[in-house]
Design a protein around this ligand. Structure first.
Ligand code: HPA
Length: 278
């Protein structure tokens, strides 16, 4: 049998964080590629590098600062992951989702996930933001579900329902904030592939056929683990590039990072508004 991180290890990591902070974080926020700027808004911040936390792996990818920023945003105690861990880096799924387990052991009940994504929907432009209303876990369907392995009943059920992985009340709050702030907010389905190669035009036509609006290489494992453990989720994709369904242009990591500059101010407004409304 393969090895999986244990609840004792989750608690060890949670204890390490708890000893260094004076507030009880209520909301966790995971920042995707090129979106780390949002962490600069956190007040009275305590910064903990990922590599200091027991069993917590570090991302090797440019655009990820690999640290936790814990403090106040709109007066709400938040724990911000400035950077995330990806499956394509070679980490196991339980390592990729370990931070979400630690958040749960810390008592956090709300998770805001963000990512950079390619637009499959022809109506989306780079710099746009999409509210994630559901996901396609292609990565899970092909055997890499993060819940694979022994189920720890204290964390959640063996066969958890995923019909409302993205909290409907939170989505409604996000819509209201977007309306009030004049931010165009698309709504759609995010599909997670393992990466790290970008998709071929044939891949993308397939993804469009099966109903995906945006594509990326993250988020879904974290959301499955969050929902398994009863954490309520709000998700946003920042559109970094138009997915190239006809093969006429190429996609680069640089453009993904650049689009972040357009997306970050919108995400800051949306997340601040969400925190105020909570
Ligand atoms: N494909 C997959 N992942 C991505 C993309 C993309 O086009 N853009 C940002 N992340």
């Amino acid at each position: 049998m393969e090895q999986f991180l244990t609840i004792q290890q989750m608690d060890e990591a949670a204890a390490y964080i708890r000893e260094r902070i004076s507030v009880q974080p209520q909301v966790a926020i995971i920042l995707g590629s090129g979106l780390g700027g949002l962490a600069e808004m956190v007040e009275e911040a305590t910064v903990i590098p990922f590599h200091e936390i027991p069993y917590w792996v570090t991302s090797s990818i440019e655009g990820h600062k690999n640290r936790l920023v814990i403090g106040l945003l709109e007066g709400t105690p938040v724990l911000v992951m400035q950077g995330r861990i990806h499956y394509y880096e070679g980490h196991r799924m339980d390592e990729v989702t370990f931070p979400v387990r630690v958040m749960q052991r810390l008592g956090i009940q709300t998770l805001v996930v963000t990512n950079a994504a390619g637009a499959i929907d022809p109506a989306y432009q780079p710099g746009d933001v999409m509210l994630i209303t559901d996901h396609l876990s292609l990565i899970g369907m092909t055997g890499n579900n993060p819940l694979r392995g022994p189920n720890v009943a204290e964390l959640g059920e063996r066969f958890p329902d995923m019909s409302q992985a993205y909290d409907r009340e939170y989505a409604e709050i996000a819509r209201q904030v977007a309306r009030k702030e004049g931010i165009q907010l698309h709504e759609g389905i995010y599909i997670c592939l393992s990466g790290p190669s970008f998709e071929t035009p044939a891949d993308l036509r397939f993804l469009r056929l099966i109903g995906a609006n945006a594509v990326g290489m993250s988020t879904v494992p974290e959301v499955i683990v969050a929902h398994h453990g009863g954490t309520r989720v709000l998700g946003f994709s920042g559109v970094s590039n138009k997915a190239n369904l006809d093969g006429s242009t190429i996609t680069t990591h640089e453009e993904v990072l650049q689009a972040g500059e357009l997306i970050v101010p919108k995400l800051i407004t949306l997340i601040r508004g969400f925190l105020r409304a909570l």
